[in-house]
Design a protein around this ligand. Structure first.
Ligand code: MIC
Ligand code: SF4
Length: 643
């Protein structure tokens, strides 16, 4: 039997375990990346591990999330990250150089390599044939120290692409289609592998748009073959030597196959407030628009921006629309400014933002109350834009640009004959890596600067024999990490200050939660399906840990968040019978008797609801490694205990 690409990548990096679906395996990590909003924690944890230098082939640290400096906090974090990176051997991409995933794709990603990043959109690297996985900061810290990365062997879904996209239909519409088919939880435990003759019609940045939003499917990652298009992209980036061919064997097998005929796709829109709430753009035609934002790690490549410039050239942004554009990297911005496209964009009336995440993570540009904002981004979770009742729609660059001009949501295909938006890949991208600072030589003295915004991270204690606490919060299905630990311009600057952050935990669902958790001495959280979907932020585990949360009991978990809970020593347990969720109310007195032994011995866990006089069976499906981590109260304690 032949191998698919996923199996080839995993087999070539396997260090432990049997690559059999669902079993825990460990892989060697070649590259790591962090961004600033998760990076401070990752580097504090790396320092706490007592390792002097990183042991990967290449590790990078990007500053792209917290670039608003309205106070000392973000600047403190940047200084800490820059100095610690210099010391431990990590390359540092300065603020303004671009969004981590875009820059990594352009300058550092290599087909055939493994990458973990402390950001859920790390699968962007799958567009260039990498095994690229989003993880929590502590898992990146471990990988930087040369440790393996553990995951459950995923199943592999093949997306068989046929045909070619019509003009004005784009890569974003492909992934929105897949989200419509699979939903925001349909990718959990899977790698989405792309194949078929349609692949050749997609450039590396288009492929990266598609794998990027694999995060929204909950997938472990996504991957495209590495082929002549990959070679051409690498060559144009001056790094043809990084090319290797990577393709599935003709007789490779898959767990599931989804066919998509690219030529049949129409422009799609993800409506508020979930990326899988997908409708046809033509159905929504005429919806009045207040704001259009173009950028983010999903759609900010040179080709995306050129398409937008072509549409805007000689036209004006509608009076009722504020158009905001953030090119994904300095490379893109430089090329747009040199070829005149930037002038066309500016002349149309766009507001140009720096090359960073910006509005995607609520760092400015929040829409007006109830404002309709069309965004080329990847997430439209409630409140994420910074406006609680903002109505965020996810669209392609083509739909965004035309809608900015017309002032209403517009199906761009009706203008297909007006403008040719095809963009040829440049023969040579503009290369300038002077905003990437190399680390110091080994042994060279470097002072690590920790300003007052950098506080210690919370540590857990070993799991006791019994846990007896109240249900301190009950939430529903599809709770995102943006619900658990919101971001945005007011809160994000405190990512290195857990006590401060804790005031905002679950703010979107229940403002009283932090105070209640403190006065009740912590507790258990009860939740529905796909709990913890979305970002990789381990703050969604560290802050509950700080507030005394000892277990999260839900119908099902999202992958990265479950791993982050385990790393923090919080028990992630699932209902054996999902209906038992209905029998627990907030405030109920709950007990997990003999829990330490049960976890360590892999026995069935019983939850006793003293208030309702009921016993509820729970699933605790942990590997031996995870049992040890949970018993010791988190990965750092576990590693220290093993020494
Ligand atoms: C996001 O898009 O939600 C973020 C902000 O990039 C997060 C990381 C974070 O919370 O810092 C992610 O996707 O992992
Ligand atoms: Fe940044 Fe948005 Fe991408 Fe997250 S999804 S890395 S906030 S651009």
């Amino acid at each position: 039997m032949g191998y698919n690409i996923t199996q080839k990548l995993i087999n070539s990096h396997l260090v432990k375990g049997n690559p059999v679906k669902g079993e825990e395996i460990a892989i060697r990590i070649d590259q790591t990346l962090t961004q600033d909003a998760t990076g401070t924690m990752a580097y504090l944890q790396f320092e706490a591990m007592g390792i002097d230098r990183v042991k990967t082939e290449l590790s990078l640290s990007y500053i792209d999330h917290n670039t608003l400096q309205s106070g000392f906090m973000n600047a403190d974090d940047h200084k800490y990250i820059q100095t610690v990176c210099k010391k431990i051997g990590v390359h540092f991409s300065k603020p303004g150089n671009g969004i981590c995933h875009q820059v990594h794709l352009e300058r550092f990603g290599k087909p055939g390599k493994s990458l973990v990043g402390s950001d859920s959109h790390t699968p962007t690297g799958g567009g260039i044939g990498m095994l690229a996985i989003g993880v929590g900061g502590l898992d990146v810290a471990v990988a930087m120290g040369g440790g393996e990365f553990y995951l459950n062997m995923p199943s592999v879904t093949k997306v068989e692409l046929k045909g070619k996209l019509k003009p004005m239909v784009s890569a974003k519409d492909v992934i929105l289609k897949i989200l419509q088919i699979l939903s925001v939880k349909g990718g959990v435990g899977k790698v989405i592998e792309y194949g078929g003759e349609g692949v050749m019609s997609l450039s590396v940045p288009e492929r990266a748009t598609i794998t990027n939003m694999g995060a929204e499917l909950g997938a472990t990652t996504g991957v495209f073959p590495s082929d002549e298009n990959t070679r051409a992209f690498l060559k144009a980036q001056g790094r043809e030597e990084d090319y290797i061919e990577l393709k599935a064997d003709p007789d490779a097998e898959y767990d599931e196959i989804i066919e998509i005929d690219l030529s049949q796709l129409e422009p799609l829109v993800a409506c508020p407030h979930m990326p899988d709430n997908v409708k046809l753009a033509s159905e929504l035609e005429g919806l009045k628009v207040d704001q259009v934002c173009i950028g983010s790690c999903t759609n900010s490549s040179y080709a995306d921006m050129m398409k937008v410039a072509k549409i805007l050239k000689g036209r004006s942004v509608a009076d009722n629309v504020s158009l905001v554009i953030a090119p994904g990297s300095r490379q893109v911005l430089t090329m747009l400014s040199e070829n005149g496209a930037l002038a066309d964009i500016v002349a149309a009336g766009a507001r140009i933002m720096e090359c960073a995440c910006g509005p995607c993570i609520g760092m400015g540009q929040s829409p007006k109350s109830e404002g309709v904002s069309l965004r080329t981004f990847n997430r439209n979770f409630e409140g994420r834009s910074g406006t609680a009742d903002g109505q965020i729609y996810l669209v392609s660059p083509e739909t965004a640009a035309w809608s900015a001009v017309t002032g209403v949501l517009t199906d761009p295909t009706k203008f297909a004959s007006d403008v040719d938006v095809s963009v040829k890949m440049p023969e040579a991208f503009k290369i300038n890596d002077n905003m990437v600072i190399s680390p110091a030589k080994e042994g060279e003295a470097v002072e690590v600067v920790k300003g007052p915004n950098i506080k210690e991270f919370p540590k857990n204690t070993a799991l006791p024999e019994e846990l007896s606490l109240k249900a301190v919060l009950k939430v529903g299905d599809n709770i995102t990490t943006d619900h658990i630990m919101p971001a945005g311009s007011k809160i994000l600057p405190y990512r290195s200050n857990i006590p401060h952050l804790s005031q905002y935990c679950f703010e979107v669902c229940d403002k009283e939660f932090p105070a209640r958790a403190k006065s009740w001495g912590g507790g258990f959280i009860i939740g529905g399906v796909n709990y913890g979907q979305g970002s990789s932020r381990e703050h969604a585990a560290l802050v509950p840990l700080y507030l005394g949360i000892k277990a999260v009991i839900v119908k099902s978990f999202a992958r990265i968040h479950k791993a982050n809970l385990i790393n923090s020593g919080i028990l992630p347990l699932t209902f054996e019978n999902p209906d038992d969720y209905d029998t627990i109310d907030m405030g109920d007195e709950l007990v997990l008797p003999d829990i330490r032994n049960k976890i360590l011995n892999g026995e069935k866990v019983m939850l006793v609801n003293k208030t309702k006089c009921r016993e509820i069976p729970l699933i605790s499906d942990f590997s031996d490694r995870q049992k040890g981590i949970l018993a010791d109260g988190g990965l750092l304690n576990h590693t220290a205990a093993k020494r």
